[in-house]
Design a protein. Structure first.
Length: 234
């Protein structure tokens, strides 16, 4: 059985849109009929972008660790499309390998900026428009953010922060904006295939995107503040 979603006349903002997961999410929402405002610091026309341009996807380049950029981008999206219905906070990265005493503060700052600050700023500046449409936010936490672990504690901390901030946004916006997050483990992406031995248990970005479609749909109208596992058997 396959679920079908219809987001015609809806506007979905996707941060980190040009990466492996972001491009899958942007494409899934476009396929479901939404107008997608794809946001990334990487140019959609650049060699590092995995997102294929199409008529229903409008690209907005910006640094989502910078509040002025985020404020301006959200204002442009509302001016261009009149509304925001969904915010998909995908922007993020992974670094690890060093114990805390050997971790440089620059790595701490970078991970918290890319993984948590982008989610905070995008949510902050999209919430007024989302409140008008009674929309939804879905962010990306991680299975590893449920507990500490050796070597990538800073990354885990950022993803735990995404989950807590999701719960906070849900509580502060009861009855108007729903906020949920997904918790992947290892995703089947080109980067992960370069760094690790591929496994049949890895979950594809497209599979995660389908869960995010559900969380934005009316089928999940009673779900807010949830952290949804999307790691299958990985």
């Amino acid at each position: 059985m396959s679920a079908q979603f219809d987001f015609t006349d809806r506007v979905a903002v996707v941060t980190g849109s040009n990466g492996a997961l972001g491009s899958a999410v942007a494409t899934a929402f476009a396929d479901a009929g939404a107008t997608v405002a794809a946001c990334d610091i990487v140019d959609i026309e650049g060699d590092d972008s995995l997102l294929e341009p199409r008529d229903s996807i409008r690209f907005y380049q910006g640094d989502f660790t910078d509040e002025a950029d985020v404020r301006e981008t959200m204002a442009h999206i509302v001016a261009d499309h009149g509304r925001i219905d969904y915010l998909l906070n995908i922007a993020g990265t992974w670094r690890g390998g060093d114990p805390i005493e050997d971790t440089d503060v620059s790595q701490f700052d970078m991970l918290f900026a890319v993984n948590l600050k982008t989610m905070f700023l995008a949510s902050k500046h999209a919430l007024p428009a989302l409140g008008e449409t009674e929309g939804a936010i879905v962010s990306v936490s991680a299975r590893s953010g449920l507990e500490g672990g050796s070597g990538d504690g800073i990354y885990r901390s950022t993803k735990a922060g995404v989950r807590i901030l999701t719960e906070t946004i849900a509580e502060e916006n009861l009855g108007t904006v729903r906020a949920n997050c997904v918790m992947p483990s290892v995703l089947d992406t080109p980067m992960n295939r370069e760094m690790m031995t591929p496994s049949d248990e890895w979950v594809s970005p497209a599979e995660v995107a389908r869960v995010m479609l559900f969380l934005c749909s009316d089928a999940a109208s009673v779900t807010s503040g949830a952290a949804v596992p999307v790691y299958g058997e990985a």
